[in-house]
Design a protein around this ligand. Structure first.
Ligand code: ATP
Length: 172
């Protein structure tokens, strides 16, 4: 069955601005913002805590099961720092946010992350890990990389995604 509204994935290294962007686009378009980190916690879609990486270990199968019906309906804005385990067929647009390394370092430090965790995330950004993951997992025309270091860039990204969602039409 064809979706009546588009599904968008907003991905990128932690701290690049996925949640801030998704909240504003959802408010402007009526798309449903699904913050996967929050969903994992509230619905216990994990297998426990990883001491080494200082995070919950997400149960990818459970997350996909929990999302399947919503994604089939369409109109979802999925916000998560990984993207290779979602079915490719779910998304009409995949946005990868990137931020300047120094800016990202400061944002993560401000959150109270340990120095090691900040370093690992900034390293991930430098190596373009999520961009590569997105390009390996989704079609060329679907993946768009957007910069999100400044408030102006955030504003432009909100505007771009809002316009895109408003002009999207189901394929016949
Ligand atoms: N383009 C931007 N300009 C200025 N500040 C920004 C920008 N993007 C994000 N921020 C700020 O950076 C911080 C992290 O943003 P946010 O929580 O949206 O990131 P995230 O990618 O969703 O992180 P996580 O993956 O950990 O949930 C917030 O304080 C937010 O206000």
């Amino acid at each position: 069955m064809a979706r009546s509204a588009p599904n968008v994935l907003v991905t990128g290294t932690p701290g690049t601005g996925k949640t801030s962007l998704s909240e504003q686009v959802a408010a402007a378009t009526g798309l449903k913002h699904l913050n996967i980190g929050d969903l994992v916690k509230s619905q216990q879609l994990h297998t426990g805590w990883d001491d080494e990486f200082e995070c919950l270990v997400i149960d990818e199968d459970k997350v996909c099961d929990a999302l399947e019906d919503l994604m089939a309906e369409g109109g979802c804005l999925v916000d998560y720092h990984g993207c290779d385990f979602f079915p490719e067929r779910w998304f009409d647009l995949v946005v990868v946010l990137q931020a300047d390394n120094t800016v990202l370092w400061e944002r993560l430090e401000k959150r109270g992350y340990s120095e090691r965790k900040v370093q690992e995330n900034v390293q991930c950004e430098i190596m373009h890990v999520i961009v590569e993951e997105a390009r390996d997992s989704y079609g060329e025309g679907v993946v768009h990389v957007l910069q999100s270091s400044t408030a102006e860039e955030m504003e432009e990204n909100v505007e771009r995604l809002t316009q895109w969602a408003r002009s999207w039409r189901p394929s016949s």
